[in-house]
Design a protein around this ligand. Structure first.
Ligand SMILES: C[S@@+](CC[C@H](N)C(=O)[O-])C[C@H]1O[C@@H](n2cnc3c(N)ncnc32)[C@H](O)[C@@H]1O
Length: 217
């Protein structure tokens, strides 16, 4: 594949847009559903929790989240206008019942007050954070005391084999992510790296290592 094509894939993953973006949103949701569900499971969601997700893509997984407990409120933040629209459409029933709320933001400043959320999670977005330390302190700011943040990403060892990750992506190993977290006031309460089988672009099953880190304020 030519560099321009690889760059185009990387840009779509970073910020889906246009006709190809809808397809990309569907593909991401499908391929990453196990990582997303795993992240949600690790949040230990309980009744009446207010939950924030950064970079939800098309948010086809929100229904799964609402099965975890009663009276939940879900807030999704995106940088992609297309994913914001798709997420609202796919979750229109939750939106009209005022259980799910979607907004756009700049990827740096979280547009909510201090101590708003019980739980926050993000899956496959850390590669694109412009100012990782600042975004982590924003997440810390909007979490309630003792609230949890779950960070889930595919390991550098797997990601670096994908030719498009040379563009746009900053890759993380668990060690590098922990070094970043250690610069913040978060407590690390749980971490694990798992391997799952995912379909590659050419159709065969490959092993993908991914990491989940659960932090507490
Ligand atoms: C690779 S996709 C992952 C989507 C979904 N979480 C998943 O794992 O399938 C990255 C998504 O995060 C969004 N994004 C990129 N940078 C972000 C940031 N700093 N904060 C929030 N979302 C971001 C993109 O617009 C895109 O929809």
């Amino acid at each position: 594949m030519k560099d321009e094509e690889l760059q185009a894939i990387a840009s779509q993953l970073k910020k889906p847009s246009g006709e190809k973006g809808i397809e990309m949103g569907n593909m991401m949701n499908e391929t990453n559903i196990n990582m997303t569900r795993h992240s949600i499971e690790n949040l230990n969601i309980s009744a009446s929790n207010k939950i924030l997700e950064l970079g939800h893509g098309n948010a086809g997984h929100v229904e799964f989240l609402f099965e975890k407990a009663k009276d939940l409120k879900y807030y999704g933040l995106e940088m992609s206008d297309l994913m914001f629209q798709e997420a609202r459409q796919i979750n229109r029933n939750f939106v009209s019942q005022k259980q799910a709320f979607f907004s756009l933001y700049d990827g740096n400043k979280i547009p909510f007050e201090e101590e708003t959320f019980d739980k926050i999670f993000t899956v496959n977005t850390i590669y694109f954070w412009q100012k990782p330390e600042e975004l982590l302190s924003e997440i810390y700011r909007v979490l309630k005391p003792n609230g949890n943040f779950c960070l889930t990403f595919a390991e550098e060892s797997f990601m670096k084999q994908l030719p498009f990750t040379q563009f746009e992506f900053e890759l993380y190993s668990i060690e590098k992510a922990l070094q970043l977290v250690e610069k913040t006031s978060f407590k690390i309460i749980y971490k694990e790296t798992l391997t799952e089988k995912v379909k590659s672009k050419t159709g065969e099953l490959v092993d993908r290592a991914f990491t989940t880190i659960v932090l507490e304020k």
